[in-house]
Design a protein around this ligand. Structure first.
Ligand code: NAD
Length: 266
């Protein structure tokens, strides 16, 4: 199936690892020009060197999405390099603090919301005019199963992901008639640095290996993940890339779960 991505230009945030990096790879393979962005220039450049792209089709600019000036600078760099973008994938995110509500202070809440909600708002404010200008645009946010199924020991994360679902649904009403389609992808327990860190913490607490921690987590915390394993970043990237494509021309305001059944409701 030709996704019709040749000639399109995409910006992917959170692009130096995990789901973001896998998405950059697929968008490149489908012929798009891609700008990858993440917080650390060195890590970003290291990730870019692992990718196979024809001259001029891959660009990498660091930006901290908690800083308005950094995002504005990113906008200028992107414009100078590739002009306006047609596709924005907002993959940047942090897990934030673990703990029950009474164990998490205001700073923990602020930091999480500043990246996972306000970071995405800042990036969209900078690039919305690009996405609206050509009569064809795609905006995909990476939310989480946690948005609709909150776990009581990671509420700032869950709340930030629920907020993104709400923002995306609202945006999908405003801009669809202009050709800008807005959707979300909600993964569960994907093998990325984010969940590696969670599993290493659990392994340390219980004096077990990372693999044993993954199995324990699946059995105790994610019983509805019917495939009984962590997902791969490429399995999420495939859905994101489809939503970025011409083939998703009648998909708007949707939330695609990529979770092997993790969410317990219909
Ligand atoms: P990841 O840690 O590999 O990717 C997140 C990226 O966001 C990192 O590269 C990080 O540097 C970047 N980032 C963090 N703060 C930033 C900032 N201030 N400015 C710019 N970039 C920043 O983990 P991932 O699992 O690939 O996460 C990608 C997205 O998927 C996140 O939004 C995450 O919440 C979401 N998600 C992941 C899972 C999972 O199981 N891994 C499940 C559901 C949702």
């Amino acid at each position: 199936m030709d996704l019709g991505l040749q000639g399109r230009t995409a910006l992917v945030t959170g692009a130096d690892s995990g789901i973001g990096l896998a998405t950059v790879k697929l968008l490149l393979a489908e012929g798009a020009t891609v700008v990858m962005s993440d917080i650390d220039q060195q890590a970003l450049e290291a990730a870019a060197t692992t990718l196979d792209a024809q001259e001029g089709r891959l660009h990498a600019f660091a930006a901290d999405i908690t800083s308005t000036s950094s995002v504005k600078a990113l906008k200028e760099q992107v414009f100078d390099a590739v002009g306006e973008i047609d596709i924005l994938v907002q993959g940047a995110g942090i897990h934030g603090p673990d703990g029950l509500f009474h164990e998490i202070d205001e700073e923990g809440w602020q930091q999480t919301l500043d990246v996972n909600l306000m970071g995405h708002v800042r990036v969209l404010q900078a690039f919305l005019s690009d996405l609206r200008s050509g009569g064809w645009g795609r905006l995909v946010f990476v939310s989480s199963e946690d948005a609709v199924q909150p776990y009581d020991d990671e509420l700032p994360y869950c709340a930030s992901k629920a907020a993104i679902l709400s923002v995306a649904r609202g945006l999908s009403r405003t801009y669809a008639k202009e050709g800008l389609l807005v959707n979300t992808v909600s993964p569960a327990f994907i093998a990325t640095p984010m969940t590696d860190e969670m599993m290493d913490k659990l392994a340390k607490q219980r004096s077990i290996s990372r693999d044993e921690a993954i199995q324990a987590f699946l059995e105790e915390e994610r019983p509805f993940m019917e495939l009984g394993r962590r997902g791969e970043p490429e399995e999420v990237a495939a859905v994101i890339t489809f939503l970025c494509s011409d083939r998703a021309s009648f998909v708007n305001g949707a939330n695609y779960r990529v979770d092997s059944g993790a969410v317990a409701t219909i």
